[in-house]
Write a protein that binds this ligand. Structure first.
Ligand code: DUC
Ligand code: ZN
Length: 546
């Protein structure tokens, strides 16, 4: 495929040659060259002409994939004082092969208008981001002005084409009525509504009972948020979206029954219900929460283990890690059968050893000094994972060691890590693929024969500002070797390995551009489907334009 017939006068700033290009639809049969000019992919051909000023990068026959798009990350959130801010979070994203992140601008209850919120979040991110970025708006207290005037303005002029809602957490959760009102507004604007689906009252009841029975350690977090809480809320969220005909994305799905609700909505009812999961739900079980050992590597790669009865808190996230391998398998199956649309990191870290971090309840108990125990319920939720997402999933796509039932194809890897997010969130044609006219956001992996790709994950090698990784000690078969952001080489791991930590980051925190996103595409089902039991045109009677 070429943008035009290459002639000797066709000049490129950069050529990536000997590339085995992967897109969401195929692995190119022929080793190819990618010609880049002014930050954009201009041509793909079996070979391309270089001039004396062209930077020629040899991929050595390795796979070359679109730069990762992590469409669900939390940076500089007020409820995570020891979490990553934009600089460290985006640095870590880049070193993990990403070129775009979508983070959150959160409305607090005190905010009756969204504009100052967005201004604040723009200020937090500006000149602090190594890669391109955008925001989803978290709505915690919608009002008529926001729904009728502000969201339309944000969609039309503000470059925001998605909102997120919570069905759990005090201060964030919305009742069904509020969710319906938001869906009525977003569907008209073509915005995607992301939903954190867990039944808050079920979680409150079980948590209270566990604490009454002195079940306080981190492991009980996994019992406090049972699968039924996710599957009930998922079913309800789908019902609300069905009534209003609103495209939704169920974030961080972790539960087989919830997945069957999504699958049925997509395939039987053809509803625009998208689904997301994260590497931690694919790879880790609740056994991690029972850990009483801190494992870390020193600078020589030696592994140390220290006893710490609170260590399981490092794996506290919501929804929680699930108990059984069969739960994990249901997620791998859902990736492979198309139920899952995107795999994000849900990077939502707090440091472990910090008074505001995962050890907060331990520190608070010490401060109280009354002998009362720390509890899992007072531990901040969330895991770091922005840098490990792509290597963990690329491993599933390429490692011969991966169990057959958990393998994914390379085009599936590209679809769920980049292409689908670009389409769903209004960046199609610009981000998320390797094709003429697209931004030259490209990640080059190591050839299988290059031993430098094989990596044992250790927190020491990561570029976030967090003191642990939930994937400590796991081995992956490859790591992003070089990453181009709009045509510029901004990450080179060969340099990092040769010259030391941090040296592979060739880009800087001012490189990231804010992405004004347009209306997203519906990738599953269709808008306007008449729900079972309703007559065609029935909803028009109460004013819904379908
Ligand atoms: N759960 C959330 O709801 N948000 C961020 C992190 C987490 O684990
Ligand atoms: Zn999240």
């Amino acid at each position: 495929m070429t943008a035009s017939l290459a002639s000797p006068s066709f000049e490129f700033d950069t050529i990536i040659k000997n590339a085995r290009i992967v897109t969401a639809s195929e692995v190119y049969e022929h080793i190819s060259a990618i010609g880049i000019k002014d930050g954009v992919i201009q041509a793909i051909a079996t070979s391309l002409p270089a001039t004396s000023s062209t930077l020629v990068v040899d991929a050595e026959g390795a796979y070359v994939t679109p730069g990762g798009i992590d469409s669900h990350v939390h940076l500089h959130q007020d409820n995570a004082p020891s979490g990553d801010k934009w600089l460290s979070g985006s640095r870590s994203a880049l070193a993990g092969g990403n070129t775009t992140i979508l983070a959150f601008a959160t409305q607090e209850h005190k905010n009756d208008t969204l504009f100052p919120v967005l201004e604040e979040y723009h200020g937090r991110a500006r000149d602090q981001c190594y890669i391109d970025y955008g925001f989803h708006v978290i709505l915690t207290k919608p009002n008529p002005t926001i729904l009728e005037h502000e969201l339309p303005k944000l969609a039309a002029e503000g470059g925001i084409s998605s909102v997120k809602l919570y069905m759990t957490y005090p201060g964030k959760k919305l009742d069904d009525g509020s969710m319906l009102n938001i869906m009525m507004a977003t569907r008209e604007l073509g915005m995607t509504t992301m939903i954190h689906a867990e039944n808050s009252d079920m979680i409150d009841l079980v948590t209270k009972k566990l604490l009454e029975h002195q079940r306080t350690s981190p492991y009980y977090h996994a019992l406090a948020r049972p699968q039924i809480a996710e599957s009930e809320a998922t079913h309800r969220a789908i019902a609300l979206a069905t009534l209003t005909s609103a495209p939704i994305l169920l974030v961080h799905m972790s539960t087989p029954v919830a997945l069957t609700h999504a699958r049925k909505a997509q395939s039987k009812e053809l509803l625009p219900v998208h689904a997301e999961t994260c590497p931690h739900y694919l790879y880790l079980t609740s056994q991690q929460l029972a850990s009483t050992t801190n494992i870390h590597q020193d600078e020589h790669g030696h592994v140390h283990e220290d006893e710490d009865e609170w260590a399981g808190a490092k794996h506290i996230c919501a929804p929680p890690l699930r108990h059984d391998e069969s739960d994990l398998q249901s997620l791998w199956d859902a990736v492979n059968n198309g139920t899952i649309t995107v795999i994000s990191s849900d990077h939502a870290p707090t440091c472990y050893d910090d008074v505001t971090g995962k050890k907060k309840p331990v520190e608070a108990a010490k401060a109280r000094g009354d002998g009362s125990k720390p509890t899992f319920a007072a531990t901040p939720n969330g895991l770091p994972g922005i840098e490990t997402r792509l290597p963990l999933l690329f491993h599933a796509a390429t490692s011969p060691d991966m169990r057959p039932e958990r393998r994914i194809s390379l085009p599936k890897f590209v679809a769920v890590t980049a292409t689908n997010a670009a389409k769903l969130y209004g960046m199609a044609g610009k981000k998320g693929s390797i094709a003429p006219g697209y931004d030259a956001d490209i990640t080059v992996w190591y050839p299988e024969s290059d031993a430098r790709g094989k990596t044992r994950i250790g927190n020491k090698m990561l570029h976030h500002a967090i003191d642990y990784t939930p994937f400590e000690g796991m081995e992956v078969c490859n790591w992003p070797r070089k990453t181009f952001l709009r045509g510029r080489l901004v990450w080179d791991r060969d340099i990092e390995l040769k010259d030391g930590y941090g040296k592979g980051l060739l880009g800087g925190p001012g490189d990231g551009q804010w992405l004004s996103r347009s209306r997203g595409q519906v990738l599953v089902g269709r808008v306007g489907q008449t729900p079972a039991g309703m007559k065609v045109g029935e909803r028009e009677e109460w004013g819904l334009k379908v």
